[in-house]
Design a protein around this ligand. Structure first.
Ligand code: TRP
Length: 496
């Protein structure tokens, strides 16, 4: 099939199965050459549909009109988004986590979708965000040098930054460069909870998979826990809940993460998931990443966009003008219509185009012209901002300089001045100033009640509970020891 995973997976690399649909982070293929059956996917994966009520609730809670991707169902599935909203309404904060596998120099329009949506979520909820560049993942899966994946990550960061994130509350990191003790510790804790049989089931690994691939999933799982980022969120695993906007092909990673979360003392990350972006040449027929005519790149010129849309955009129009006037265009397959649904903001204008085109009053060439007229300014705007992103700006987004925890939320502005002197004086090197302490009791109690139930609210086994209690006790002991040590050190310093 041709749906293009938003992460740029080359679906052409997938062997034909001629049967069941396959959706993994690396392969997307509909059943028997058809498009993806999203209802079936929701059932299979066990996520929930985003309802009209939920969209309304998001608007109410944020006081903002829902993003077109939300109100038009491009983001269509979720896991525990309701819980995030419940908590948010009670004043509890969360952070966003998304990412990109840097496998190519220039992104196509589909790649921008999760980032534009994430930028909207960041603005609407006024929350911080971490963006993972999985240069390691691409190295393990593609025939590319690790250093080349790193370089592409930094190049891609420019396109990501151009989507409009706030540097004060956004952290972009490359796995290869950021890897640090807190991240590694989370990865090891996660890895120990997952067996080879489980990852085979979840990701389809085989005996031929290299062991880096088999061991990779904890690397993408770990950023779901805030203590991977002490300079942003402090050292408490439950300082914040996590919400992950992503394309639904990433769900397997986070199904695994959610399963493991209570066992390592963390919140299960919540998810908000999108459909795949349809390929220019249509949703039935193979899509290839090496075929430059099957996508529009963010680097394309206005002329290239015009040519590609006119030549290649799959049309739902009829063969002759007479037939078209009589039968009308088929909105179910027409790519110009589908893309307009992604990129044309104006609801009224969109509805009118749909009406005109499907009734046959608007011709295929005319709807293509509408699409070109919509895309060109979007791409040109992107190019303009991207070209202005310099090294200093990238470095600022990737900086591990401790941030002031409170200033990551709410309306813009730095409230460092509002912190009391003791907080500032006790700030630990490398740790966000004013973040909840690692041994915060309130946080821990909440953690213990939640941990009594596993995935799907099923009660945990006695031995799991026992293990958890033991872990909590050890954590408590360790925190006490650390406190005592710090006290002694302070006393010694005072005596000097
Ligand atoms: N694996 C993703 C890709 O290949 C990148 C990624 C890492 C990601 N972490 C993520 C995507 C979190 C969405 C959410 O593009």
């Amino acid at each position: 099939m041709s749906a293009q995973p938003v992460d740029g997976t080359d679906a052409a690399a997938t062997p034909a199965t001629g049967g069941e649909q396959i959706v993994t982070p690396w392969d997307v293929e509909g059943a028997d050459g058809q498009g993806v059956d999203y209802d079936k996917l929701i059932k299979e994966f066990g996520c929930s549909k985003i309802t009209a009520e939920m969209v309304e609730r998001i608007e109410r809670v944020t006081g903002m009109k829902a993003h077109p991707f939300l109100r038009r169902g491009m983001f269509f599935a979720h896991r525990e988004m309701d819980l995030i909203l419940d908590a948010y309404e009670k004043g509890e904060k969360f952070y966003l986590y998304t990412g990109r596998g840097p496998s190519s120099e220039s992104l196509h329009l589909g790649h921008l979708i999760p980032f534009h949506f994430t930028a909207w979520l960041q603005k609407a909820f006024k929350v911080p965000l971490v963006i993972q560049l999985t240069d390691d993942e691409k190295f393990l899966w593609k025939d590319m040098a690790l250093e080349e994946c790193e370089r592409l990550g930094r190049e891609n960061a420019k396109d990501i930054i151009a989507c409009g994130f706030d540097p004060k509350r956004t952290f972009i990191f490359s796995d290869v460069n950021y890897m640090c003790t807190p991240m590694y510790k989370n990865m090891m804790k996660i890895a120990k909870c997952v067996t080879l049989n489980q990852v085979r089931g979840i990701f389809g690994f085989t005996g031929e998979s290299n062991i880096g691939q088999v061991g990779f999933p904890p690397t993408q799982a770990a950023p779901s826990f805030p203590d991977c980022f002490p300079h942003m969120f402090g050292e408490n695993k439950k300082s914040l809940r996590c919400l992950i906007p992503c394309a639904i092909d990433q769900d397997p990673y986070f199904r695994m993460t959610r399963d493991v979360a209570p066992r390592i003392g963390g919140y299960k990350p919540a998810l908000i998931e999108s459909r795949f972006f349809p390929a220019l040449k249509g949703e039935s027929g193979k899509m290839s990443a090496s075929d430059a005519t099957s996508a529009i790149y963010v680097t394309d010129t206005a002329k290239e966009i015009k040519n590609k849309v006119n030549k290649y955009a799959f049309s739902g129009g009829q063969l002759t003008v007479e037939d078209h006037r009589r039968i009308g265009g088929n909105l179910d397959v027409d790519i110009s219509w589908k893309w307009l649904n992604f990129f044309l903001d104006d609801d009224e204008e969109l509805a009118k185009i749909g009406e005109e085109y499907s009734s046959g009053r608007m011709l295929s060439g005319e709807i293509k012209a509408k699409l070109i007229e919509t895309l060109v300014p979007i791409v040109e705007h992107h190019q303009e901002i991207r070209n202005s992103v310099d090294d200093a700006q990238i470095d600022a987004f990737m900086s591990t300089q401790p941030r002031v925890f409170a200033s990551l939320f709410g309306d813009m502005g730095d409230i460092a001045g509002a912190l009391d002197e003791a907080t500032l004086a006790n700030a630990k090197p490398g740790v966000a100033i004013g973040a909840p302490a690692a041994n915060d009791d309130g946080v821990k109690k909440a953690q213990q009640t939640q941990a009594q139930t596993g995935e799907n609210g099923e009660p945990m086994s006695k031995s799991q509970q026992k293990k958890l209690l033991k872990e909590a006790q050890i954590a408590e002991k360790k925190a006490k020891q650390a406190e005592e040590k710090a006290k002694k050190k302070a006393e010694a310093e005072a005596a000097n």
